[in-house]
Design a protein around this ligand. Structure first.
Ligand code: NAG
Ligand code: NAG
Ligand code: NAG
Ligand code: NAG
Ligand code: NAG
Ligand code: ZN
Length: 726
């Protein structure tokens, strides 16, 4: 990932110490030799088999070496997963290559930032890399120097000014403008912690900046003070940096919408959604030196961080004229091969219906948390399913596909290319996609996101998973569900835990937002921020005994089992209807009057949601209530309707001005790629038009009217798909 709060993708070494889709194969399974089916409880067998020690051993191997996407170590791990999947007894395992555009620093010549005095003598020089501190694996020569992937310029970038832009959000740049501070031709210094870094860079570039320096302020990342940092605690030390991509899109930058297969046409780099300015992360010790040298007006109170000087806005330097800041950049883009490892366990009755589980494999450095904690869990899950299959001659009703994605950190590239390559087949056959990126980043509570249709299967499954925390059990919370609802109750429905809607921080994005395959994301999280990524951190501090890893694996396996084995797909129509009704009411109360005043009506949208609710009720009381589950064709008809329901919200033309996202209900927020909002196709347009009327902005209002009619149409179509006639 790409995480929910930007904390976890630190490339800090120590801190972070740290197709093959078979078609329609009908497998006879245990009936083939006519031996009677053994009596066994699949749930119990899977749960019992999952071993915490195995997960720890897998993680130890994976996090022993840096495995940046596109490197030899990454390929070795792709092969290692392949071999493990084969050994686990999966039916078909393939390594799928794609040639894509990634970005690398120079391993021997780091990117350096220098402040030069009026005689051209360096006053401040950044180190460009992190110094290992404690664990042996931190000292690997394979670890890359500090960089942000896809930084846009190589060579020397010079500027006579540095501007402090707080979190680098739109309102921050607007404030600078209001103070008469122009970032054009300047370098921007911005803090991590409020939005996706690619959005910060995009705004800075649009305002004319020539470079961006990103750092993590101790106010956000060393909250207990600068003496309470790694290795003494889990807070971030002063020369640690957060790596990460500054590409605004998803998937291979040169093959938008299409897979990067051998025959692919590649657009010129200049047409890709990549920044054209230089970007470099620095530690807060170095940011402090720069802030000390800055002149200009004092930054507002809320902009002040925890570094020593009073923060100024810039752009000049306080020691006088003629001082210059330079970035000497080596980061460059390169066409390389990335690999997905795909393993398949064929289903017994419906082998052409797929439940997919996935996790990315690439990491900025050692990746013990992100993503290897999830990779270790997925390996154990594959071993477990394989073991139960072999021991009991069992197969699930539907097919299970394990996906180990490459190059996620650069922009969800491996999963996007694969989904693009298999879009039609997945659209016709995929039941659900279950993502785990970081499995365990703390031991406080489950923290989940997901599609409304997945609500019931997610919650019901979590009610069956024993609580890994003895303390929590003593508090009267025997399962992970009870801790979850206790820690994160849903504000509108406090009897259930909050399941967030899916943004675009991990590999569920192409499934959910492009294809309309309902997805979830699972992890165990912390109460406060944690920062480092070694096996040691997880094994000795955060998850002693790996019991939380086991719980995540058990939950992941149980959600999968439930979707694989239930005769009627356990998709939550009710919750979708409730969710849509709440959302339409929210939009009406916020924008209703404004819409009416500009000749746009919410009526059809509201009516469609009402019809959807009625269709769901009818479906449950007639079709589902009267279903003869021994009638295999009737069951298949119902399951097709359920499986395809989410697909009805997919508009092949995409959202207004955002052809890359197709789901009319859910889309990543357009101002922050990490978060998500519902009906953002509509609300983005409304926010952009502001209080300007239809007379002032006729074209904009026409687009709003058109999109409202599109929303109403697709919701009606989804409702009608639940009836038995056309
Ligand atoms: C996983 O655990 C099982 C059961 O405890 C054990 O037999 C097996 O050797 C372990 N496998 C690996 C790969 O660690
Ligand atoms: C990295 O820098 C070294 C030293 O300047 C240079 O010799 C080498 O060609 C560079 N490598 C790449 C891949 O540009
Ligand atoms: C940078 O310049 C300032 C002003 O001349 C001076 O006080 C400071 O000592 C210099 N720092 C270094 C590391 O040379
Ligand atoms: C949970 O995490 C805290 C650190 O936040 C640690 O002190 C504690 O030992 C952990 N508990 C377990 C059971 O690993
Ligand atoms: C609003 O709709 C009314 C009725 O259709 C129409 O007469 C009027 O011209 C419209 N106003 C604008 C500004 O389009
Ligand atoms: Zn990740």
């Amino acid at each position: 990932m790409e995480t929910k709060n930007l904390v976890i993708s630190f490339a800090i070494l120590y801190v972070i110490t740290g197709v093959a889709i078979g078609v329609g194969l009908y497998y006879a399974g245990y009936n083939a030799d006519h031996s009677p089916a053994p009596k066994m409880d699949v749930f119990q067998q899977l749960q019992n088999e999952i071993s915490a020690d195995n997960i720890s051993a897998y993680l130890k191997h994976l996090s022993s070496v840096p495995h940046l996407a596109g490197t030899a170590q990454d390929y070795e791990q792709a092969v290692w997963l392949h071999d493990n999947f084969v050994q686990s007894g999966l039916d078909r395992v393939v390594i799928v290559p794609y040639q894509v555009l990634l970005s690398y620093p120079n391993m021997t010549q780091p990117n350096i930032v220098r402040l030069l005095d009026d005689k051209g003598v360096a006053n401040i020089t950044t180190s460009g890399k992190q110094t290992p501190i404690s664990q042996p694996e931190e000292f690997s020569e394979l670890a890359a120097p500090n960089f942000n992937a896809y930084s846009g310029r190589t060579g020397l970038i010079e500027s006579d000014g540095l501007v402090y832009a707080h979190y680098g959000q739109m309102e921050d740049f607007e404030y600078l403008e209001s103070q008469g501070i122009d970032v054009s031709g300047k370098i921007v210094l911005a803090r991590y912690g409020a939005s996706f870094r690619a959005n910060i860079v995009d705004l800075a570039q649009r305002k004319g900046a020539v470079g961006v320096l990103l750092y993590s302020d101790p106010k956000d990342f060393a909250k207990k003070g600068r003496n309470d940092i790694y290795p003494d605690s889990w807070w971030m030390p002063g020369m640690a940096v957060q790596s990460g991509t500054v590409y605004l899109g998803n998937g291979d930058p040169l093959t938008p919408f299409y897979p990067a297969v051998e025959s692919a046409y590649r657009i010129p780099e200049s047409e890709a959604l990549l920044p054209s300015i230089a970007v470099q992360p620095i530690g807060y010790d170095e940011a402090e030196l720069l802030l000390r040298a800055m002149g200009g007006p004092t930054a507002p109170e809320q902009w002040q961080g925890d570094l020593e000087p009073v923060y100024s806005l810039g752009p000049g330097f306080k020691y006088g004229d003629g001082w210059k800041l330079e970035m000497n950049m080596q980061t460059a883009n390169k066409l390389v091969t990335t690999y997905n490892t795909i393993g398949m366990l064929y289903g017994q009755e419906e082998p052409d219906r797929y439940v997919l589980v996935g996790n990315h494999r690439d990491a900025w450095t050692l990746g013990a948390l992100d993503p290897s904690s999830g990779t270790a869990c997925m390996l154990e899950m594959a071993r477990t399913f394989g073991k139960v299959k072999q021991d009991y001659n069992w197969r699930p009703r539907r097919s299970l596909i394990f996906c180990s994605w490459g190059a996620e950190e650069y922009g969800l590239i491996g999963s996007y290319e694969w989904v693009e390559e298999h879009a039609k087949v997945l659209s016709q056959r995929a039941v659900a996609y279950l993502n785990v990126d970081i499995a365990v980043e703390g031991n406080y509570s489950l923290w989940g996101s997901g599609a409304p249709l997945m609500n019931k299967v997610y919650l019901d499954s979590s009610k069956r998973i024993a609580n890994p925390s003895a303390d929590e059990v003593v508090q009267g919370r025997p399962t992970v569900y009870e801790t979850w609802v206790h820690r994160y109750p849903d504000a509108n429905h406090p009897a259930k835990p909050k399941v967030n809607i899916l943004g675009s921080g991990s590999d569920y994005t192409a499934f959910m937002h492009v294809l309309g395959v309902p997805a979830i994301d699972i992890r165990y999280t912390y109460e406060e921020h944690t920062l480092y990524e070694t096996h040691h951190l997880l094994a000795d501090i955060m998850d002693v005994g790996f019991l939380h890893h086991r719980a995540v694996t058990q939950l992941w396996a149980e959600v999968a089992r439930n979707l694989l084995e239930s005769v009627v797909l356990p998709l939550d129509l009710d919750w979708y209807a409730t969710y849509l009704a709440e959302q339409v009411a929210g939009i009406q109360s916020r924008y209703g009057a404004q819409l009416e005043a500009n000749n746009a009506t919410m009526n059809y949208f509201q009516l469609a949601v009402t019809h959807f609710g009625e269709a769901v009720r009818d479906y449950q009381t007639t079709t589902l209530a009267n279903l003869d589950t021994s009638d295999v064709l009737a069951v298949r008809r119902v399951n097709d309707q359920l499986m395809l329901l989410e697909r009805h919200f997919i508009d092949p033309h995409g959202l207004p001005n955002r052809p890359e996202f197709n789901h009319i209900v859910f889309a990543p927020s357009s101002s922050d790629g990490y978060s998500s909002s519902s009906f953002s196709g509509l609300t983005d347009l409304l926010e952009a038009v502001g209080d300007q009327t239809i007379v002032q902005k006729p074209a904009e209002w026409a687009l709003i009217q058109q999109h409202l009619s599109v929303i109403a149409f697709y919701i009606e179509a989804a409702a009608k798909s639940l009836s038995n006639h056309i």
